[in-house]
Ligand binder design. Structure first.
Ligand SMILES: CSCCC(=O)C(=O)COP(=O)(O)O
Ligand SMILES: [Zn+2]
Length: 196
């Protein structure tokens, strides 16, 4: 997670202490970044343990968005890592997109686990931003129960969440998403107005 933070910060995807990262530790807990830390220069003490209710197990202050990470680990036991970033492309797309961003026919869609052809559609739901992270986590869970887990979601005017079986797979998903969101921004098939 420390190396991942340096790599993602270098790309400009984690400005100004934004973003948070986590990795599953077992069936009932995960490691998550401490709130407010510089994600480009994480130290071992900037990573802590929480249970899947989001409660700190070591007295530190977990990411303000911990419940969005633990929702994913509770939802799917196969999820082993979660990355949340604040890139310009994700933020731009999140403000102009309809409620679901759809991407089809692009070779890079094969970067997502389970895809062996470009002839697939990646659906990325867009949730409205809120400071009520528990409510947002509930909205995400409800959406996933109705539509499936998928690979990612956007939060309007905020950023991107993605996940995978482990950290390398999640980094691959994130890099593919960044490419695809930049493509979407330039193509902007559904743009009508900015929505924040
Ligand atoms: C300065 S960014 C605002 C908070 C945020 O969106 C974020 O991703 C970082 O929050 P954390 O508590 O995980 O540091
Ligand atoms: Zn954030």
């Amino acid at each position: 997670m420390i190396a991942a933070g340096a790599r993602l910060w270098q790309q400009g995807w984690c400005p100004a202490t934004s973003s948070n990262f986590s990795q599953r530790l077992g069936p009932d807990s995960c490691a998550v970044t401490v709130s407010g830390r510089d994600k480009g220069n994480l130290q071992p003490e900037d990573i802590m343990q929480v249970d899947l209710a989001g409660q700190a197990l070591d007295g530190k202050k977990p990411s303000a968005e911990t419940l969005l990470h633990t929702q994913l680990y509770r939802h799917d036991p196969e999820i082993g890592a979660v990355l949340h970033t604040h890139s310009m492309n994700a933020t731009l797309v999140s403000t102009v997109a309809p409620s679901i961003v759809e991407l089809s026919g692009l070779e890079l869609l094969k970067a997502f686990a389970g895809n062996s052809s470009h002839q697939v559609t990646l659906r990325i739901p867009v949730f409205n931003n809120t400071q009520d992270i528990a409510a947002l986590a509930n909205d995400v869970e409800t959406w996933m129960q109705q539509h499936g887990t998928g690979h990612a979601y956007l939060i309007r005017g905020h950023g991107l969440y993605t996940w995978g079986r482990d950290l390398p797979e999640t980094l691959r998903h994130l890099e593919a998403l960044e490419f695809l969101l930049e493509y979407y921004w330039h193509a902007r098939p559904d743009t009508t107005e900015v929505v924040i």
